[in-house]
Design a binder for this molecule. Structure first.
Ligand code: F6P
Ligand code: MG
Length: 410
């Protein structure tokens, strides 16, 4: 089967075009502002900005860089000879975050999250949504019939799904903090239901009820802050309703796509939340910390999530050993979806199991919770794309207004 082409940064019909022209320079300028304590890195960031403007060719990572970070070898293996403004979007964007990380490594600055300020300031603005959510969890009676359990499962899935639309990297575009805040309220979530274009929630629920040999669920996390909170809430629901005996959170190894979760962001989240001085929020923190201590919740890191490889390659990496017995893999967010489908221009009616290619042979049950913020979408019914183009314009799939909950059962 011949595959469709990937989204390219030079393609005016792709959301990549604006990303590279407008958002990447903004993100780098933000790095310059937020790294003021490390004046030695500023020159490198200015150089990077210039290379965007001059649209120079990107280079393979050098031996010195690989010595500092052996993960970069995989980038050289998959290297695409291209420029910033004319190359495959997925590869270039992953490569960019490794370049940013390298700048700090080169100057022996370890464990500095240049996006930390941005991550935190947005969490504070989510106070309303967070208090609402913690109160719901606190007053919850987990003794439920399957019928009622399904209704709540759907709700917690929805919360985690729309938690993904609080993507901080979108703040470099036209989205305001007010927009983000409004997405988190219960009312807004209900209205958004019709915007979930593929919704396999019931299939996942039925599967979880019948699969009783496997005990662990894995959440491949996306963003920190409100989204992470919504994912911890979902995990607690899965534990309490006995869908899983343990839930593993998979984090990023390096600062990634601005807002992605690093292991330390759990502590950051708890610290920030404790400043709300709200009894329900405090109860949530104590509960989550206890579950982490007891190993009912676990935090994992693996290089695979910060490579440029599509998830089609997952069975070739050591992470596969960790995941192959998982009851369910929940992939959060837009970038994870792009990697599942390799960011190709699939026809939007392509079945999900076709778009994940070799991953469909890996015997892994997969669920996506993704709000659409890029070009690729699959699994739609005939005519939906055409209709949405009329209603929301050519770039509907990058607007963040729509979502897909897809399920693949091997
Ligand atoms: O759409 C802009 C963008 O930065 C994409 O490049 C990327 O796929 C996405 O946002 C990140 O979103 P998420 O945090 O949901 O993966
Ligand atoms: Mg992200």
């Amino acid at each position: 089967m011949s595959l469709p082409s990937p989204s390219y940064t030079s393609d005016k019909k792709s959301f990549a075009y604006d990303t590279v022209k407008i958002r990447w320079p903004k993100i780098i300028k933000g790095c310059i502002e937020d790294a003021q304590d490390y004046p030695q890195v500023i020159g490198d960031f200015e150089q990077l900005l210039k290379s965007f403007e001059a649209d120079t060719k990107i280079a393979k990572f050098t031996q010195e860089e690989i010595k500092l970070n052996p993960d970069l070898l995989y980038y050289n293996e998959n290297f695409v000879d291209c420029t910033w403004q004319n190359g495959p979007w997925l590869f270039l964007e992953c490569y960019l975050y490794q370049v940013i990380n390298n700048i700090f490594l080169k100057h022996q600055i370890i464990d500095f999250d240049v996006f930390n300020n941005l991550k935190q300031s947005t969490l504070v603005s989510s106070e309303f949504g967070i208090t609402e959510l913690c109160k719901k969890l606190s007053t919850f009676d987990f003794n439920l019939t399957d019928e009622v359990k399904y209704l709540y499962f759907k709700e917690f899935i929805d919360i985690s799904l729309w938690g993904n639309s609080t993507d901080l990297s979108l703040l470099s575009g036209d989205v305001t903090l007010e927009d983000i805040k409004s997405i988190q309220g219960e009312e807004v979530r209900k209205q958004n239901e019709k915007n979930i274009l593929v919704n396999d929630t019931n299939k996942v629920f039925d599967y979880l009820l019948t699969e009783d040999t496997k005990t662990e669920i894995d959440i491949i996390l996306d963003n920190s802050g409100f989204e992470l909170l919504s994912d911890i809430v979902l995990a607690i629901f899965l534990l309490e309703t006995k869908a899983a005996e343990r839930v593993n959170f998979h984090c990023k190894k390096i600062p990634w796509f601005v807002s992605d979760t690093l292991p330390k962001d759990f502590e950051e989240l708890f610290k920030e939340l404790s400043e709300f001085n709200n009894e329900y929020v405090d109860e949530f923190i104590t509960n989550a910390k206890g579950l982490l201590r007891d190993g009912k919740l676990s935090i994992k890191v693996n290089k695979f999530w910060t490579l440029s490889n599509p998830f089609w390659d997952l069975p070739k990496f050591d992470i596969y050993n960790d995941l192959k017995n998982s009851k369910l893999l929940i992939f959060k967010g837009d970038l994870n979806y792009r990697k599942l489908t390799n960011d190709l221009w699939w026809d939007k009616t392509t079945p999900f199991d076709v778009a994940i290619q070799d991953l469909a042979k890996a015997n892994l049950p997969i669920m996506t919770l993704r709000t659409c913020k890029a070009d690729v979408v699959v699994g739609l019914a005939e005519g939906v794309d055409e209709k949405l183009r009329e209603v929301s314009g050519e770039f509907w799939a990058a607007s963040g207004k729509y979502a897909v909950i897809s399920f693949f059962k091997p």
